[in-house]
Design a binder for this molecule. Sequence first.
Ligand SMILES: Nc1nc2c(ncn2[C@@H]2O[C@H](COP(=O)(O)OP(=O)(O)O)[C@@H](O)[C@H]2O)c(=O)[nH]1
Ligand SMILES: [Mg+2]
Length: 458
Amino acid sequence: MKKITQEVNDLIHRSMDSHVRIAVTGLSRAGKTAFISSLVNQLLHTSTHDNLPLLTASRDKRIIGAKREPQSNMMVPRFAYDESMEHIHSYPPKWPEPTRDVSEIRLALKYKPNSKAKRLLSRTSTLHIDIIDYPGEWLLDLPLLDMDFQEWSASQFAALKGKRQSLAESWLNDAHDFDLDSEVDEKRLADIAESYTRYLYACKEEGLHWVQPGRFVLPGELEGAPVLQFFPCRFDAEKKVVKGSNLAMLKARYQEYQQKVVKAFYKHHFATFDRQIVLVDCLQPLNAGYESFHDMRDALEQIMHSFRYGRSNVLKRLFAPRIDKVLFAATKADHVTPEQHPHLVSLLQQMVHPAWQSASYENIEMSCMTMASIQATQTGFISQGDQAIPALQGVTIDEQPLTVFPGEVPKKLPNQSYWDAQGFEFTAFRPLELSEDEPLPHIRLDKALDYLIGDKLK
Ligand SMILES: Nc1nc2c(ncn2[C@@H]2O[C@H](COP(=O)(O)OP(=O)(O)O)[C@@H](O)[C@H]2O)c(=O)[nH]1
Ligand SMILES: [Mg+2]
């Protein structure tokens, strides 16, 4: 009898377990690593600290505690949480090393349910949370699934305007006398592909984020593989492709890239996500200027296509998408004074909303907010005559203590005259010196968490 009761109890407990996969993305340096490190750190401290007041279940004192668990997907590298924390707690504190691939970490969060149905069954429940880190650049590749090699090539040449045109010069020179019809020359293909890849990196360095193929700049384990060795070409689509020629090889590699890289990512990773947070660094393009800012907006619009599952959509043909909530978060809010935070949200909304509203996002909820995963500044006031102006205090990356008013964030998408008139100057700070047994300081990370999993903790 006792054994049966035990088994029934186990069964009930297992049925009280639920599971959510939260995907974290954003273009490189948007703050993914910082966000996941802080998220894990916050949850691990929530049993002992009041560090997440905006997470409803935590405010209601229903969170019992969190612990790490072995991740469920064994084919994906582990998210380097301990290494990140070592960096942050080193002296002087450092930001975690950048990572360039997909990674995953899993937590079990034990809580007291407040829904009647769940309470009847058990006094405690467990939510298993998988957190997945992947580069936003990979989402820029979705349109490739709807384009053949010729169409894609044409779209790349059409984009060669403004800064891009001069950045592309060296690649175009290297490809200038390349004969597409002659017998395949692997070495030459590799060289021109490298030159094209350098052009893509140069775009990113100039703050131009829309780069295709996205995997070329964040190759992960595919570094150096032939599937990443193609480049746009001008050719007559009507003419027959010579067998065994350079063009035949380029087309084959492009198709392989579509199937084995782009489709594979959507099928094996993206299809398993329940919730998505897209991190956006709005401050970097404000520093960089007009072209960079608009390019960021275009890149975001491209990223949004991955959450559009209209009937004829290429994603729906591949799998049944599961993501039902997407959060866009402007990161690094600790770079600006608190009264500027509403401007930062409104700026992000202006980048995201128009594109969101003009398309059909069936059954997906979306929200925008601003936060700082790891707060690296303290806020205060400096007096100027008889006025007190808000200011930030921190230590720069080169170890210089600094008190500044970094400037105003525009509420609306700025036009060129903004940069001509004042421009923006946001300094990068290193993390503050922190004690290892305290949770990391953050701004509204708990609000993000409430949006992402609040409903799963009822
Ligand atoms: N002040 C501040 N800086 C941040 C924060 N998050 C990220 N950063 C900065 O942005 C850089 C890139 O962040 P990271 O998380 O590595 O970006 P990822 O490439 O998206 O993983 C870091 O090295 C920090 O300099 C934050 O919350 N506050
Ligand atoms: Mg990272």
